[in-house]
Write a protein that binds this ligand. Sequence first.
Ligand code: HEC
Ligand code: HEC
Length: 153
Amino acid sequence: MRYSLVLAALLATTATASADDWAPPVTDKLVQKECGSCHMAFQPAFLPKRSWVKIMDTLSDHFGDDASLPADQTAAIRAYLADNAGDLKRRGIAAKYMRWVATDGIPLKITENPAFLREHNFPDRVWKDPKVVTKSNCLACHVGANRGDYEDD
Ligand code: HEC
Ligand code: HEC
């Protein structure tokens, strides 16, 4: 009895940790290339489908940059991100982040989600570090971020 309880607790901890530490990585070459040139190609599980659609429909004014692409590429990337969006998944990181998104909310930033802010409640000097500069620079702290691995920091 004692052993099974300990084992159950251990398994529960492992399952939770791995689910929260990992987002299915971007496997589409076009998305990796076109959405991974200025920053890493963020995993679609972090935002709901309607957010990706909006981002893809407003690329000419993308956080102050013009990130527009030919229409066929825009459509292909939009379809990939929408098909893998967080609100279509019920587990792991997607579930954790979607919990904070209102049913009609269209957040454009992963880094403004309360789930993100709670895990990244660091002093200002961390964000001002020249190696970090911005919250969206996931790779500065998570070496495996491109693989969807957020276990390391
Ligand atoms: C020309 C450069 C450029 C390209 C190409 C680009 N982005 Fe961005 N993106 C930016 C900038 C600049 C920001 C704002 C970063 C910040 O505030 O730290 C940003 C931010 C984002 C964010 C919000 C990050 C956060 O803070 O949560 C998402 C999501 C995003 N981009 C998705 C995409 C997608 C999808 C593509 C491919 C279609 C793409 N980006 C291509 C420049 C680019
Ligand atoms: C300044 C460094 C830094 C930056 C930049 C950063 N993170 Fe983190 N992140 C951390 C630290 C530290 C933790 C806590 C690690 C832990 O608890 O094991 C963390 C935790 C996480 C977790 C939770 C992992 C868990 O154990 O539950 C996720 C998911 C995550 N970050 C995603 C991101 C994403 C996505 C980005 C970019 C949009 C990002 N982080 C940017 C430092 C950073």
